[in-house]
Design a protein around this ligand. Structure first.
Ligand code: SF4
Ligand code: FES
Length: 247
């Protein structure tokens, strides 16, 4: 299949960026990132600068492949990361627009690569359980209700990709932050530091320049792991309870 690509090129955060046009020939069995590899190989063969884009696992696990494809974070397929998106979902002759995540809190490093270390700093502020190191505990030593374990597991599937932020008109990170809070908070081991954690992580999120949730819901729609909006409501309740009990 022959495709036209309109790709955002930008040297760094302060430089002016613009769309560049490229032609590429791809196979319908290729992944979207393999199609970009083919493009870059061709550019390198012709001594042209390749397009910078982020990727790592290429299995939908690491959350690195941050591409806005035809206006949608991770592209047109529901519940699918850009690396798991296949070219069979496009047609011969299509024009595809590819942009980086656009959010104040994610500055552009180069072309399609953004700096998402703000997410790491939110996790560092409280997204952990403090335990004494030593021998690993038996997995079944603390009984946990199946529903609760299931809900915690669902929240834990967040891969920290940032598509929720890119999809939100407010650049809010509340879906990500709430998933990272709740997957710990729902379990007995995480409850010990619950109040401290929610306050620290929410305040870090605000400090990093992310916007507030105004119930648009685009984060959930574009999230490749379909993280539920209920996580945000639960985080808000926890946050207010923690702030009130601290007074
Ligand atoms: S909530 Fe979804 S979109 Fe947001 S970082 Fe996690 S996996 Fe990505
Ligand atoms: S490259 Fe790891 S999730 Fe896409």
């Amino acid at each position: 299949m022959k495709l036209k690509l309109k790709i955002w090129k930008q040297k760094n955060q302060t430089a002016e960026g613009k769309f560049h046009d490229y032609n590429v020939e791809a196979d319908e069995h290729m992944s979207f990132l393999e199609m970009l590899d083919v493009l870059n190989e061709g550019l390198l063969e012709n001594q042209q600068e390749p397009v910078a884009f982020d990727h790592d696992c290429r299995e939908g696990i690491c959350g690195t492949c941050s591409l806005v494809i035809n206006g949608r974070p991770h592209g047109p397929m529901q519940g699918t990361t850009a690396c798991q998106l296949h070219m069979r979902h496009f047609k011969d002759g299509d024009t595809i627009t590819i942009e980086p995540w656009r959010a104040n809190a994610f500055p552009i490093v180069k072309d399609l690569v953004t700096d998402r270390s703000a997410f790491d700093r939110i996790i560092q502020s409280g997204g952990f359980v403090s335990v004494n190191t030593g021998q690993a505990m038996d997995g079944n030593a603390i009984p946990i209700e199946k529903d609760v374990a299931g809900e915690a597991f669902e929240a834990a599937t967040c891969i920290g990709c940032g598509a929720c932020v890119a999809a939100c008109p407010n650049g809010s990170a509340m879906l990500f932050t709430s998933a990272k809070i709740n997957h710990l908070d729902l379990l007995p081991q995480g409850k010990v530091e619950s109040s401290k954690r929610v306050v620290k992580m929410v305040e870090k999120m605000d400090e990093e320049g992310f916007g507030n949730c105004s119930n648009v819901g685009a984060c959930h729609v574009e999230c490749p792991k379909e993280i539920k909006l209920e996580n945000i409501a639960r985080m808000n309740r926890k946050y207010f309870a923690a702030k009130l009990s601290a007074k």
